[in-house]
Design a protein. Structure first.
Length: 368
């Protein structure tokens, strides 16, 4: 692996990069990918469901190492992360493919792409870290498609970033096996994990996956790592927006993650294979927020709708608004350099370092 990486860096050729986390099947006729709970069993030349992990001879390879579907500088709040270096810019990128099959995917042109020519941007891990630093980005986000399927590339970039004091952010559905989960989250400083619903039926019907590995990932990331974690649930009318399900989800988050893990409830807009499903009414998302707060969660936000109160942050001690937000634009700021309420001194949950950034709502595509 080390020799191959050195050669790839020198030549710029990252094609067929050796993948980790696989083994031979019991009858030794196939290679079994063990990056995620699908355990795709591959004959020579076959690809997994993610489409980017492929068998070549007697090894598994990742053919999107060093290649991206594009780079953009975003506000960190867009990930969404509301308690991690607020107001700062993050260099965001993804590759192609995905290990889920969400019928409502809003990045399906990337995550479902089988056209490898769409990966027009080539960049080594060191180059990405350098570009982030040159553009004043405090972090790099692995997003747009799920980074667990390009784990080898992501953790190498993370190492290059940490050498320059640049943080690493994962936006993931959390569908990953135990061993790669440990390596992946060990390389991340923050993560937003999708908890797409709270029933086996929802996961099976609309994502083609199982819920249990996702719950295990969330519990592991919160309880056993130093990675800052926030959660997101997208509400789809008639599918996962029943108040009883929302209450059950909220109580599980409280019991498993504690009261200070931020939970983002976002509104669905028709996309991909769910064009005929109506958008989520704002009232549904706001009602869900009230349910979660009533369950004891302290930081519950709404997304894809405009609501200053429900997008802002409040001190758990005195109730003061400590961070005001209008979409991704910060207004009120009443926190010390290390996240204490400026009014009563209560520690505010999250990762803070000095004054907030002033990146605002800007979205800046860049080429590398």
């Amino acid at each position: 692996y080390t020799v191959y990486l050195s050669l790839a860096l020198m030549t710029g050729n990252f094609m067929s990069f050796p993948a980790r986390y696989w083994s031979a099947s019991a009858d030794r006729t196939r290679l079994v990918c063990k990056i995620c709970p699908r355990f795709c069993q591959l004959k020579d030349g076959q690809r997994g469901l993610c489409f980017v992990r492929k068998r070549e001879g007697d090894q598994l390879v990742l053919d999107t190492y060093g290649r991206s579907s594009g780079f953009c500088i975003d506000p960190i709040e867009k990930k969404p992360l509301n308690h991690f270096l607020p107001g700062t810019p993050v260099l965001s990128f993804g590759t192609a493919g995905c290990n889920l099959a969400c019928k409502f995917c809003q990045n399906h042109d990337i995550s479902k792409s089988r056209d490898q020519d769409a990966l027009m941007h080539h960049a080594s891990p060191q180059r990405i870290a350098d570009v982030a630093r040159q553009n004043g980005c405090r972090s790099v986000a692995y997003t747009y498609n799920d980074p667990v399927i390009f784990l080898e590339y992501a953790v190498d970039i993370a190492a290059a970033c940490r050498a320059q004091n640049i943080k690493n952010v994962a936006v993931t559905a959390g569908y990953i096996c135990d061993a790669p989960r440990e390596e992946f989250f060990g390389a991340m400083d923050a993560a937003n994990i999708d908890l797409k619903g709270f029933t086996k039926r929802f996961y099976k019907k609309l994502t083609g996956s199982e819920i249990q590995p996702v719950l295990e990932t969330i519990a592991y990331a919160v309880q056993e790592t130093s990675c800052w974690v926030e959660l997101t649930t997208l509400f789809i009318p008639g599918e996962n927006d029943d108040p009883k399900e929302i209450e059950a989800l909220s109580r599980w988050v409280l019991d498993t993650c504690g009261s200070d893990v931020p939970l983002h409830f976002t509104a669905f807009h028709p996309d991909f294979r769910m064009q005929s499903t109506p958008p989520t009414p704002p009232e549904t998302v706001l009602r869900a927020r009230q349910i979660a707060l009533a369950c004891g969660l302290r930081h519950v936000y709404v997304g894809n709708i405009k609501h200053f109160e429900a997008q802002s942050s409040y001190c758990t001690g005195c109730g003061a608004r400590v961070i005001g937000r209008d979409w991704h634009l910060l207004s009120t700021w009443q926190l010390s350099d290390f996240g204490n309420c400026a009014i009563c001194g209560t520690q505010f949950a999250g990762r803070f370092s000095g004054l907030p950034g002033d990146w605002g709502r800007k979205r800046l595509p860049i080429r590398i």
